[in-house]
Design a binder for this molecule. Structure first.
Ligand SMILES: NC(=O)c1ccc[n+]([C@@H]2O[C@H](COP(=O)([O-])OP(=O)(O)OC[C@H]3O[C@@H](n4cnc5c(N)ncnc54)[C@H](OP(=O)(O)O)[C@@H]3O)[C@@H](O)[C@H]2O)c1
Length: 257
């Protein structure tokens, strides 16, 4: 069924992507920083689903690490002596909340967010798209956020980039047999908010989505070649409203991180 490479595969949405793709008989390449967690996940998936799982530890804020992942994505399967299969689905999922005000915050956190959620996404997509278009098939799924439509600092700006970039990519890819999809979820129960020590107690239960639901909707949209994937009716409606409102009103709503 082809090989999928998932970044940020040790937790949250990425971990769920890994499990759902393995269940659909995809072999996997799992990328994240924490080698121990990657090995543990890989072992569990191999045992339960019987698919091939490669582990590729990488910090996507580090250029040499991104280059190693790009090298894996560029594999076409035609290289003599290389047993590795080409990647047919790239899921650019790794990310984190900046969770600070820009003014007075740590600028390295802001730059790290751009490295992981913008720079790495561009480099990895470029490597994958080259190999996939040469083979005439494949898909790229980039994880943005409903925050792309808000005024929420560097995090929202990075996600706005990913959303716009993926739409442009989808146009670029027309007629190649390769598709591009951008996932724009609302609040999802993962490690995301705890890692950033964000207080989410004011978000009502109806505002939360579960990772299995978000991932199954996203993969269904990839299979159908949908360009913008926004799981749930409530977030589809919310996103439509955010696009209709005057930007002054959007700015007044405040931050989503
Ligand atoms: N949860 C939400 O409410 C929500 C809403 C909208 C969009 N999103 C987006 O969904 C994506 C996944 O987030 P999540 O909610 O699943 O968060 P999560 O549970 O915190 O998982 C984040 C994953 O990214 C990896 N990661 C973080 N920094 C990395 C780096 N520098 N290099 C490589 N891997 C890195 C982490 O693994 P290691 O720590 O092992 O590296 C982990 O596997 C993100 O792009 C996020 O912006 C989340």
């Amino acid at each position: 069924m082809g090989t999928a490479l998932v970044t940020g595969a040790t937790a949250g949405l990425g971990l769920e992507f890994a499990w759902q793709l393995a269940t659909a008989r995809h072999d996997l390449v799992l990328v994240a920083r924490t080698t121990e967690r990657l090995e543990q996940v890989a072992g569990q998936i191999r045992a339960a689903a019987g698919v091939r799982v490669e582990v590729l530890p990488a910090d996507l804020a580090v250029p040499d690490d991104v280059a190693r992942v790009a090298e894996r994505l560029a594999v076409t399967g035609e290289e003599p002596g290389d047993e590795r299969n080409p990647v047919g689905l790239l899921v650019n999922n790794a990310g984190f909340a900046t969770a600070q005000r820009f003014v007075g915050g740590d600028v390295q956190v802001e730059l790290g967010a751009i490295d992981v959620m913008v720079r790495a996404v561009v480099e990895l997509t470029h490597a994958a798209a080259g190999q996939m278009t040469a083979r005439g098939r494949g898909a790229v799924l980039n994880v943005a956020s409903v925050a792309a439509l808000t005024a929420g600092g560097t995090y929202a700006a990075a996600k706005a980039y990913v959303r716009s970039f993926t739409e442009g990519l989808a146009v670029d890819l027309q007629g190649t047999g390769v598709t591009a999809t951008v996932l724009c979820p609302g609040f999802v129960r993962t490690e995301f908010h705890d890692r950033a020590e964000l207080d989410m107690t004011s978000v009502p239960a109806i505002g939360w989505l579960d990772a299995p639901y978000v991932v199954s909707q996203a993969l269904a949209d990839v299979r159908r070649g949908v360009v913008i994937s926004t799981p749930s009716l409530r977030y589809k409606a919310g996103s439509a409203l955010l696009r209709l409102l005057p930007r002054s009103a959007v700015r007044a709503i405040g931050h989503y991180r």
